[in-house]
Write a protein that binds this ligand. Sequence first.
Ligand code: SF4
Length: 442
Amino acid sequence: MIDKTIFKDKKAVYYTLGCKLNFSETATIERTLQEAGIRTARRGEHADICIVNSCAVTQEAEKKCRQAIHKLVRTHPGAYVVVTGCYAQLSPQKLAQELGVDVVLGIDRKGEILQHLGNLDKKNEGEWYAQPSKDVRTFVPSCSRGDRTRYFLKVQDGCDYFCTYCTIPFARGRSRNPSVESLVAQARMAADEGGKEIVITGVNIGDFGKSTGESFISLIKALDGVEGIERYRISSIEPNLITDEIIEYMAHSRSFMPHLHIPLQAGSDHVLKLMHRRYDTSFFAQKIATVRRVFPDAFIGVDVIVGTRGETEELFEEAYNFIKSLDISQLHVFSYSERPGTRALNIEGKVSPAEKHRRSQMLISLSEEKRISFYERHIGREAIVLFEKPRPGITMSGFTENYIRAEYKNEKSLVNRLVKVRLGDFNDDKSALTVDEILEVL
Ligand code: SF4
């Protein structure tokens, strides 16, 4: 039994690095601590507890994590410091030695933070609790309201794919998922709290069902039936796992949005092979064509990594031309980062940082061209926007069904409402379309 009286008047701060899944899990940790009486510290307030949810996807992410710890220790002297997440799982001992850290918790202990706060007495030496990733089997559930309007529902964790450049299977363990039934119950709770949109998150979402004998298609069919949730988005799904059946179902469903995020990672067959990805460029191109056939106006986001070992200038050029030929809406460009323990380190042909930067800039410009031309096609059209709570000093905005950001003057009564609008021209920095006219509040 935890003695919650020690948490009276205590305040906590949270620092998250990395993916949507991490942000969603931090929100769940925050809610657990709040239920135990620990208030979230306001800006400028001294916190008694600092929680860091770390990422290990790049060297840069690890560096940022250590910097964040140092800053939190300086800003909140005497605070009890907990570090969890992927970096904590991969290097628990190292992080436990960082100045001021009290406890490091591996990936399967994220749900046990409260138990590890003890009396909030600082430790002489940091402690760590993490079991080898291959033994991690627990699924820590998470369904949380994001910082604005959307909910993030974690449906799956871990990965069995072992792409050669990736540390995620080592950090998050093997693929696992809860039952469809329990996820439907969580979606119902989100609807009861007033949630209208859910983003389905996970590490390798299309792998859903392996541990329960169910399937991703059975999950989306069941979620589609949850009353009150008007919109679902799938955060990201591997090209070989998004079957034509799933695409067809989404297109005719009640609530799945015309919005897909599909990782390509490399646009040449040679590099895809080096990465041990499970498809080639022609398979990927066909997948995009299928999405376009059933969802002509879908927003399609695509992840690409530049400068992987073995990606020569010629191969990059091949990739660039392939990506340019795809009818997609935006790219998410990442620079390859060397990760200890990965098989990619055995591949010849390191790419210099300057060259990685050049390639990444080329793809970022291509992405902007594609996004702007996608947005342009929608000027003057009708769309349904779910408006989000505006951040201080920023114009209110929301997303259309197909993920176009639409801006409108701040009007509180429209927050978290589905509103039929006519889309106008671009805003000043071309990051969004403006709303020309409100047609109907649904
Ligand atoms: S599919 Fe590949 S890149 Fe994605 S998490 Fe699994 S191993 Fe990493």
